[in-house]
Design a protein around this ligand. Sequence first.
Ligand code: ASC
Length: 153
Amino acid sequence: MRNSKKSAAALIAAAGMAVAAGAAFAQQKPEDAIKYRQSALFILGQSFGPLAAMAQGKIPYDKDAAARDAGIAEFVSKLPWSRFGPGTDQGNTKAKPEIWLNLEDFRAKADKMQAEVAKLAQVARTGDFNALKMQVGETGKACKACHDEYRNK
Ligand code: ASC
């Protein structure tokens, strides 16, 4: 009895938190959701930039800096996708309407990018510069695939 009461209470608490999280999300203004995803993608670009520059020999290779930036890129690559909800197709955004017409493909491209960035972080930690260069290329392609189709210039 005591146990089932406890688990019932836990269930109710969990349900309460889920509702609260849903409510908090629903309350996010479309312009804030747009800003949120833009901020995450901006940090992503700013974290990937030095890695691309190292790969191209524009700045010296620095293993620790590469690993740190790639780790940040991996984390922020997960953030934008929950912020493409209803009402966020208009306003201060370069997101093309095609995103919401091809959501499955958009999600697939977003997943592909996240997988490549995760690999990038893994490779950056090993200190293998040639592998890093290759993976920078693969990651850049994944960024570009989505931008070509779903982002206005
Ligand atoms: C970057 C950046 C992007 C991608 C893309 C790759 O450094 O900011 O959006 O690479 O240009 O093609």
